[in-house]
Design a protein around this ligand. Structure first.
Ligand code: F6P
Length: 513
């Protein structure tokens, strides 16, 4: 079974018919991973399609590549690195070898140091505000998880997240901050990212201005893999928490990059978060393919991308706390699988990663759901919800979950109206419903791990390297070239530096700045 064969698979009947002839599919097409109940019955599949997809996974070496990742092999071939984020959540005493060395003790050493530091901050009444400065994987994970786990945060400590090089971002946070009670966490895997260093310098100048140079040691810590650059920046490496080059930025929320989150929710809850990841890792590592939740969901995505030609996918959490989850998944998925060459550098001849987007329900219902229900594009959606809320307003929660369930039904079955075409709902709009008892640190870890492994399986099937991101480099390089051209003297303006349009944009900005 090959990817190209998907286009020849007979698409199954309309979901109305599939349910009418086989109501058991509502039980058969439910997967469980950790505490997650994943209903994938309202997808355009039948047993024939599903068997073919599982065969595709086998033929594309999904099991072998999964095992290679868990064996610490250098599956990130373009950068010649192991892919070890699953080691970050292994319980102490277990083993994950990279180049012969067990990395689990190192992981737990850092976790213990983070825990001791987090406890100290949580006990120190002077600190009320933690500002994480980072971008991409050094921002989205902790920012998303902090918001998701609001119910678990220390009542005295709030966190802010500054990422954008747009000064409006840091200006907004500093305007609302008091130097004496603020702790800055500068989070950057490379410690070479211009946005983060620019924001960190601005924050340091702001602090020094108020409290003097000596305050930096008390109010700045760093999270990085690059001790040299941390020291060069002026943060003592005793105040640095490390991680390793085998942790990709978008896979790093469970490393020291989660420090701000750990300070907010406490070391014990952070360990529960890691344990949630690990539960789904174990499911992914051991469950047979036909019961393996990340594998099944990945295969549905491949079926839609390559078999039916659906280019986008929406993630719609029915939980306000997960408002940043779609943005987090955009980096996880699109930076991983938005590729057009295979591992060996040859060009793919099939589509790869989908365009991922989404907003929390029910807000989206009053905005873009029109297109999802009646537009010409078919958008497979993930609906995520929880049985119990963290707030006391039960009536709100019942209404919220009623909407989630109703949307799942409306999308799949539609409503025929031959007399009034504007009111006709075709249905047959695929959706997954992911439910859990409550959004806890463990359940959030489970959800993230589920999506990480979906991305891994899809990358394997598409034959791309999910663990590099060369596509972000060209823009960075040109921005470095353009910056002095915007701000330098006349000498900085070479008429042959760029194409005519780019030169005109630079000229306009110079004249108007
Ligand atoms: O530009 C993309 C990227 O390299 C992401 O992959 C990464 O998460 C982000 O930048 C931030 O990088 P760093 O943690 O090294 O500052």
């Amino acid at each position: 079974m090959d990817l190209a064969d998907l286009a020849d698979l007979a698409p199954p009947a309309h979901l109305r018919e599939l349910f009418a002839t086989d109501p058991q599919r509502a039980e058969r097409y439910v997967a469980h991973a950790g505490d997650l109940r994943i209903d994938f019955s309202k997808h355009r599949i039948d047993d024939g399609v599903l068997d073919a997809l599982v065969e595709l996974a086998r033929d594309r070496g999904v099991e072998a590549r999964r095992d290679a990742m868990f064996a610490g092999e250098r599956i990130n071939v373009a950068e010649d690195r192991a892919v070890g984020h699953v080691a970050l959540r292994m319980p102490s005493g277990s083993e994950f070898r990279i180049d012969g060395d067990d990395v689990v003790p190192d992981v737990h050493d850092v976790l213990d140091r983070m825990g001791a530091f987090a406890d100290r901050v949580r006990a120190d009444d002077r600190i009320t505000h933690v500002v994480n400065i980072g971008i991409g994987g050094s921002d989205l994970g902790p920012a998303m998880a902090y918001e998701a786990l609001q119910a678990f945060r220390h009542p005295r400590i709030r966190c802010s997240f500054v990422s954008n090089v747009d000064g409006a971002d840091i200006a907004g946070v500093l305007a609302d901050a008091d130097p004496a009670s603020t702790l800055f966490v500068v989070a950057s895997k490379t410690f070479g990212t211009i946005e983060t260093l620019t924001n960190a310098r601005t924050a340091r100048a702001w602090l020094v201005d108020a409290l003097g140079d000596a305050a930096v040691a008390e109010h700045f810590v760093a999270v990085s893999t690059n001790a040299e650059r941390v020291a060069e920046f002026g943060i003592d490496t005793v105040n640095m928490f490390g991680f390793w080059d085998w942790v990709g930025g978008r896979y790093s929320v469970d490393s020291a990059i989660g420090l701000a989150l750990m300070i907010a929710i406490g070391p014990a809850a952070f360990r529960e978060f890691l344990d949630g990841f690990h539960q789904v890792d174990e499911h992914f590592r051991t469950a047979p393919l036909p019961e393996n939740a990340p594998v099944l969901l990945a295969l549905l995505g491949v079926w839609y991308t390559n078999g039916l030609g659906f280019a986008t996918k929406a993630v719609l959490p029915y939980a306000q706390e997960l408002a940043r989850f779609p943005a987090y998944l955009q980096q996880l998925d699109m930076e991983s699988n938005g590729k057009s060459v295979r591992l060996d550098g040859s060009r793919v001849d099939h589509d790869t990663g989908p365009i991922v987007w989404g907003e929390p329900g029910t807000n989206g219902q009053h905005a873009f759901y029109q297109l999802i229900h009646q537009g010409t594009h078919v958008v497979p959606v993930d609906l995520i919800g929880f049985a119990k809320a963290h707030h006391p307003y039960q009536q709100h929660h019942d209404l919220l979950i009623a909407n989630l369930i109703a949307q799942s039904e409306a999308l799949a079955f539609g409503r025929r109206n031959e007399d009034e075409p504007h009111r006709n709902f075709d249905g047959d709009r695929p959706n997954t419903v992911i439910l859990a008892e409550q959004l806890t640190p463990s359940v959030l870890g489970q959800l993230i791990a589920l999506y990480e492994h979906i991305v891994h399986v899809q990358g394997t099937i598409w034959g791309v390297n999910s663990y590099d991101q060369w596509g972000v480099e060209l823009g960075k390089e040109l921005a470095n070239q353009v910056t002095p051209e915007l701000t330098g003297g006349v000498d900085a303006l070479r008429p042959d530096a760029h194409d005519a349009s780019t030169n005109a944009l630079i000229g306009w900005y110079r004249a108007h700045r």
